[in-house]
Write a protein that binds this ligand. Sequence first.
Ligand code: HEM
Length: 304
Amino acid sequence: MLPFDVACKLLVGTDSSSDTRFAELFETWCDGLFTVPLSLPWTKFGRALRCREQLLVLIENLVTERQQQPGSEQDALGLLLKARDESGNSLSVQEIKDQVLLLLFAGHETLTSALASLCNLLAQHPEVLAAARAEQRLLADEQLSFELLKKMTYLDLVMKEVLRLIPPVGGGFRQVVVDCEFNNYSIPQGWSILYQIGKTHQDERVYVNPEQFDPGRFKAERAEDKAKPYSYIPFGGGVRECLGKEFAKLEMKLFAAQLLREYEWELLPNQNLDLIMTPTPRPHDGLRVKFQRLVEVNSCPEVV
Ligand code: HEM
């Protein structure tokens, strides 16, 4: 629930949100988002709709509270409350509520999936894990900071490969604005088209052995993703590219660096690691992992 706490703190300014009724409602809502749209009391979809209504009431309370404390712009809700268009109009409470719910979903589910995939793939690829730890050991004397994160270039490759192999978002829709032709197909204006991120990342014309976890494919001398534009699109592309891209990469990197520096982990036996793809990819049984904290003994990490 760490990404939920971070998202709530940075987006709406609330603390320890994962322990609250808000988190419970949010989870049930997410669970029913991509299910058969049959609104009955016992269906996932029906439950999700009811939870959404209750979530919107709680968000409205938050908005009302914050409207009474002008000048608090240190989170996304504060910025939305302050936003004005060219004519000086502010967003309506309904618009703000919808935006907050969208941001919380976008900022939480995706990162939870990405962090679980990172733990899962590193646990299954000891040689990559060892190289990532070696990089952290080289930088061990320095406190985590923005400047230090920039020096973790191998970790960049690892994160990039995690998001290529198991992209948290499956794809997106675009509306065709003028009649056009693609691969000898005519596509009329007004149609909706779906671009697929997972399929793009598995294109054998772009990636060598695309099904393999191989962070080295992004090294400067190979740079497989650079051969064709839009071959690497975990955050989408164009003007509607993910709004939270840099925030997501930063949170992922901080989490990964801290994990590599301070913990050892292994996947527990007898679990089904096959992926469920909705709303975002996650292993069938969740991800059951045993963590052990490392201590520094003569600058060499040991397990406790
Ligand atoms: C690893 C984490 C994340 C991934 C893989 C991801 C991926 C995506 C993708 C594929 C899209 C669709 C882009 C398109 O239509 O071309 C998107 C949109 C969006 N994302 Fe993310 N995202 C992540 C994290 C976040 C975070 C942390 C936030 C906010 C705090 C966020 C906010 C948004 C918003 C608001 C949109 C809609 C942008 C628009 O329609 O203009 N995302 N994201």
